[in-house]
Design a protein around this ligand. Sequence first.
Ligand code: PLP
Length: 449
Amino acid sequence: MPAPAPALDSPDPGFDELLARRPALSMDPLAGLAMEDVPLARIAAAVGTPTWVYSATTLRRRAGALKRALAEAGLAASIHFATKANPSLAVVNLLAREGLGADVVSEGELLAARAAGVPASGIVFSGVGKTAREMRLALEEDILQINVESAEEAEMLSAVAQGLGRRARCALRVNPDVDARTHAKITTGLTENKFGVPIALAPALYARMCALPGLEPVGLAVHIGSQITQGVASYAAAYRRLGELVRALRAVGHPVRRVDCGGGLGISYRDESPASPEALAGAIKAGLGGLDLALMLEPGRWICGPAGVLLSEVIIEKQGLGRRFVILDAAMTELLRPAMYEAWHGILPVSPAAFRAPLSAADVVGPVCESSDTFARGRMLPPLPPHSLVAFLDAGAYGASMSSTYNARPLAAEVMVEGARFAVIRERQSHAALLAGQRIPASSADWVT
Ligand SMILES: *Cc1c(COP(=O)(O)O)cnc(C)c1O
């Protein structure tokens, strides 16, 4: 069984503690909460709210730290940013300039990665349900690798590639049956999950893939889950099993040149202490070192989660029967994680006065017509009169990318900060854009018979 969500029996970290662990953020006694050298109030005044704000320097630092950990462990590894965590073109472009490739799971993400400047030779295509059309696009673009997730998909990819007169460079995604001990909705390495093929079936399937005329198998892939915070034991177990499989496949003459080690490294939203990139590199080395493999990593959350905040304005405070509600202009339509995974996000007031004011418990909610549109219950917060600003921390991953337009809410703006300057990297969606493309059938010509 996946581990249950951790019980929140420890007190929430205080504002100063949250700030101390997030080097891109600081509280200026006059200008209030700032990201790098830009006060968030300035961004709210210029761009409005809700708005996602990302720190370019943090993205660069984290990409660099991961590269360094792999290099220091002596691993020849390429990093492919999991685009689904944050497919913003500016973010993917910044990471591409740091030498990162992309891991994509759809036609849209493949096109976004290319548009952001990621070379096709740096793109890996993962996912259990690639369509023939998506396979064709990947083959025409000649991307680095397609990760195959089932015997049926192997046959389908071979047929599609043959139709184009090509051979698809592919890896077999193996399900090592290890429990990543994360939330049930984001664990992927157990036999009961839909991802990959059970490791016991991998040798026969790899042999079949080597025999298929449209495939060029290059290796194996694994991804055991997301927001992994309980040490590296589950990683180590998975990589050990993969290492054994590499040896077994080579022993019968199959080429295995690459292993894609997946993503999933967790971050500290509240008080988790996830493993370091160095510990992850150690687990990779222990299981897969010395095998003369090209190694790949597909981190998403670890790179961009801590780099972003969601900036929101208080609409109104409502005093219920024994409960105080802070109603924001951000909702589950922007930051879905609390509604979907009961995720905890730090919430900081932006104004210096609010930052030091006395606290009392509040439920922090959005305006959407769903009870699950709740960001936090019983959170200790200062008085937050209308127009007060708050920032949700660690919102750079699975934030904007999981947004919806439910309740006809346009997609929020996105901003990148670098030093003392900021740039709008995605305009706030207009109401006109939200309605565009819709039609009310009027004349008989509008109806297909
Ligand atoms: C989602 C995903 C990732 C990235 O996961 P993170 O937890 O964001 O690091 C990597 N690889 C695959 C195949 C994925 O589906």
